[in-house]
Every structure is written in C-alpha cells, then in structure tokens.
Design a protein around this ligand. Structure first.
Ligand code: NDP
Length: 246
C-alpha cells in the first residue's frame, strides 16, 4: 500500500545506512524525497537514482549537520524545491565511543553539534514550513534507554537529549496537527556499526532476538510514523531494537 502519495520529505544523512534505506522506502510509499550527505556524493547519487526508479522526485544536498546554517538551510532548500515539507527525518548522526577520560572537548562539541544542535535547528526550520499532517521523526538510539556497557557516555548523552526534544516538540506542535516521535534502533548493520565489527557479538547477544537488525527494518517503522495512519502517535519513543530494552 502506498500511504505517502503527494507528501514531501527530507531525510538527513540519507546517503548510507538507515537514512538511505529510509529515503528509498519513503519514495516507494509515494513521497518526493530530498536527502543530505557530507562525504558520500556518489552514494547520495545512487540513493537519488533509486528514489527516481520508484517514480518519485529526489535530490541530494551537501549539508553538514554540524554547521548551523547547513542544518536549517537544507530544510529550506528541500521545502523550496519540493514545494513544501511534510516529513522531516532527523537521521544524520555520529558516534564517538570510548572511556570518559579519552573524550576530548572537540569530540564533545562534534557529537553534540551533529546529534543534538543540528536536529534542533532542522526541526525548528521544518516546524516553520510544515502544515497539518506534518511529521518530525528523529532517529535516537537504544542506548538512550538502556546503556549496555561502558564507553557510551557522550553518544548516550546526545541521544537521550532527543527524547526531551521530541516530547517538547510534540507538545508545542500538536495543536497544529504535527507529530514528533523518536525512533530508537538497536544494533543495525551499517557502516557505523557493522554486524561483523569487533563489538558485534556482544551487541547481538544483548538483544532478545540475538541478532543485528537491518536498515530496512528501521525504515519501515519510520514510513509508518510518517503516514496519516500514525496521526495519533506523538511524543513517543518507539523502539526497533530486537528487544534490546526488554
Ligand atoms: P552510517 O554511519 O552508516 O551513515 C550515516 C549517514 O549520516 C551517512 O549518510 C552520512 O553521510 C550522514 N552523516 C554523517 N555525519 C553527517 C553530518 N555531519 N551531516 C550530515 N550527514 C551526516 O550510520 P547509520 O545509518 O548506522 O546511523 C544513522 C542514524 O541511526 C544515526 O543517527 C545513528 O546514531 C543512529 N543509530 C544507529 C545504530 C546502528 O547500530 N547502526 C543504532 C542506533 C542508532 P556521508 O557518508 O555522506 O558523510
């Protein structure tokens, strides 16, 4: 069923991993989709080609979520070029893991700039352009709910902040018919967290189902939240984590 026909969307960090899968899925459901990227120009082009293969309009904007102008500017550009904005997926994120004493000030700034400030600014810009039925969907993390071991102080701090942002956005935008939700993926097989990486075994063991998830399994949840059927879901933390938090 195509539930997003006539909708317009921006997926930040849409060149790879969860963002790429989400952008393609939203297009398959009928949305025109813009994506942002930083390094992966070629990868972004391939995602745009897949959006177009789905019969929808797609384009990629180079926009660093750590840059305040870029974070809001990408939203403006998407809304201008697509003729409005119905769906913002705040997906771009970085992870710097390691013992507390090894985290430099530059790491703290980088992670908070991309994972928190960029999400705030993009959401603010999107809220100004969205009408009734608007959707702000933010990719959090299972570590915002349950931290399975040491080394995640900075990353977990950044992802937990998105819960507060999402709940406050839901309260602020609800009367305008706009929802805001945060999706918490568990370990998902991407470049950031490959299923054959050094810490993969313990992560898989920490889930109830005993395996990594696939990016498509996150994308399908985002597509549901983006659709009209999810109009009564807002301010929610929704897990797609194989039972990591169970
Ligand atoms: P990947 O590293 O595989 O992909 C990250 C994507 O974000 C790429 O498209 C990259 O673009 C883009 N990106 C990175 N930095 C920036 C930036 N500063 N500005 C704009 N775009 C940027 O990550 P995942 O797909 O695994 O992760 C996506 C989201 O899901 C992140 O928020 C992550 O924290 C979260 N998450 C992931 C989990 C996992 O296990 N994989 C688990 C829980 C949450 P480019 O390559 O062009 O630079």
């Amino acid at each position: 069923m195509s539930s997003l026909i006539g909708k317009t969307a921006l997926v930040t960090g849409g060149s790879r991993g969860i963002g790429a899968a989400t952008a393609i899925r939203l297009a398959q459901e009928g949305a025109d989709v813009a994506i942002t990227y930083v390094r992966g120009e070629e990868a972004a082009r391939e995602v745009v080609a897949k959006i177009e293969t789905a019969g929808r309009r797609g384009f990629a904007v180079r926009a660093d979520a750590a840059d305040a102008g870029d974070a809001a500017g990408a939203v403006e550009r998407a809304a201008d070029d697509l003729g409005g904005l119905d769906i913002l997926v705040n997906n771009a994120g970085v992870g710097v893991l390691g013992p507390l004493e090894t985290l430099a000030l530059a790491d703290v700034d980088r992670v908070l700039d991309v994972n928190v400030r960029g999400v705030f600014l993009a959401s603010q810009a999107a809220a100004a352009r969205m009408g009734r039925g608007g959707r702000v969907i933010t990719i959090g993390s299972c570590v915002a709910q349950r931290v399975p071991g040491p080394g995640a102080t900075l990353y977990a701090t950044s992802k937990a902040a998105l819960i507060g942002l999402t709940k406050a956005l839901a309260r602020e935008l609800g009367e305008r018919g706009i929802t805001a939700n945060v999706v918490h993926p568990g370990p998902i097989d991407t470049d950031m967290n490959p299923a054959d990486g050094p810490f993969a075994e313990s992560q898989a063991a920490g889930t109830a189902v005993g395996r990594f998830g696939q990016a498509d399994e996150v994308a399908s949840l985002v597509a549901y939240l983006a659709g009209d059927e999810a109009g009564y879901v807002t301010g929610a933390e929704v897990s797609v984590d194989g039972g990591h938090a169970a």
